[in-house]
Design a protein around this ligand. Structure first.
Ligand SMILES: Cc1cc2nc3c(=O)[nH]c(=O)nc-3n(C[C@H](O)[C@H](O)[C@H](O)COP(=O)(O)O)c2cc1C
Length: 342
């Protein structure tokens, strides 16, 4: 796949909040993903061309009650580059307190999760449940804005279900509250991750609001990035699943932005980056969990390569980080398996 399109992508001119002048250049964002976008992964995506990374969501109540594991999720101290922290919850007081407590962390924005469909979050009226309770959503919004030392942003879905699609109303409400931007995943809560993200609705939100809209949903490479921006005129794109095992997606997106051909992803580079990822996760989580966490990346990383199944089996067959690294080094030394193909 090549990209010979050197025209700049057709983005809608937007009003940039003077508190975040750098937003003008934010095009490629890493979505918050629970269990995925931890510090090692964010650090790994940055040199690939990500403009801003988000920590996995953190429970406001967990932060307020000083849960060590929750605070670990928002460890951004000393992190280089733009970073956002995301919180979820349904109690305005807890959300406000969490925003205040987070002021000691390093972050460029504090994002509120109004989109999570997970049962454990929705059952307590957090995440996407708030799309169906706008008075509570507003209460939370104002509590967080009043307590946060950094600008507050929000990530939404298109609505609770097809009968209550309300992204326009929610988007306008968020704009009115003074948010510098809004991110929208183009699915309803009821869809979870099924079906396709509705890019028409993202395009509609872009046209409805003056502030930037960050589009999200189903972008998996440079070409789909280009298609989403052409379709919606969104200011930037957030990448979730497309980055798992494939942080190079940000290189592909950057190439699109710069009108360069699709970059070739080098096999030995894939192995090297995976080794770095293992080291980072082991340092953060300890040897066993560290290795385990990288597995979901490995499962996707070598997909389609000749011998990938065998390589994966070997890597999954051990919980020893140094053994995994040795296997990857050996694979890298053997050269790109695609070159052996006729
Ligand atoms: C494993 C996983 C964890 C996620 N965790 C979060 C989260 O913590 N906060 C959030 O706003 N969205 C979360 N999401 C949703 C993604 O950020 C994103 O909105 C969604 O996957 C759609 O984008 P995509 O098609 O690029 O993956 C998660 C998604 C996945 C697959």
């Amino acid at each position: 796949m090549t990209n010979a399109n050197s025209n700049p992508l057709p983005r809608k001119p937007v009003r940039i909040d003077p508190r975040v002048p750098w937003l003008a250049d934010m095009r490629r964002l890493l979505s918050p993903m629970s269990g995925v976008t931890d510090r090692p992964f964010r650090d790994l995506c940055r040199p690939m061309g990500v403009d801003m990374g988000f920590c996995e969501f953190a429970s406001a109540s967990g932060l307020m009650f000083d849960s060590e594991s929750t605070w670990k999720l928002v460890d951004t101290i000393g992190e280089e580059g733009r970073v956002g922290i995301q919180i979820f919850g349904s109690d305005p007081e807890h959300m406000g307190t969490a925003a205040r407590l987070l002021s000691k962390m390093h972050m460029d924005v504090l994002d509120i999760n109004f989109g999570c469909p997970a049962k454990k979050v929705v059952k307590k009226s957090g995440g996407s449940a708030l799309l169906a309770d706008l008075p509570l959503l507003q209460e939370i919004l104002h509590a967080v804005i009043a307590s946060s030392e950094v600008p507050v942003t929000a990530k939404i879905r298109t609505g609770w279900d097809e009968d209550s699609v309300n992204y326009r109303e929610v988007g306008l409400l968020l704009q009115e509250a003074g948010l510098p931007w809004v991110t929208m995943h183009g699915r309803t809560k009821a869809q979870k991750y099924s079906g396709k993200a509705n890019w028409d609705r993202i395009a509609d939100l872009v046209e409805t609001l003056d502030i930037p809209v960050i589009g999200n949903g189903d972008v998996v490479d440079g070409e789909t990035y280009r298609q989403m921006v052409e379709h919606t005129r969104c200011h930037g794109v957030m990448i979730g699943r497309g980055a798992i095992g494939h942080p190079w997606i940000f290189e592909q997106m950057k190439a699109v932005d710069e009108g360069r051909p699709d970059p070739v992803i080098d096999f030995s580079e894939m192995c090297r980056v995976t080794c770095d990822h293992i080291r980072g996760e082991v340092e953060l989580r300890g040897p066993k969990t560290g290795c385990y966490v990288v597995r979901k990346h490995i499962a996707k990383c070598f997909k389609g390569y000749p011998g990938a199944a065998h390589l994966r089996r070997r890597l999954f067959g051990t919980e020893d980080a140094s053994e995994m690294i040795a296997i990857l080094n050996e694979a890298a030394a053997a050269g790109d398996p695609r070159l052996g193909e006729v």
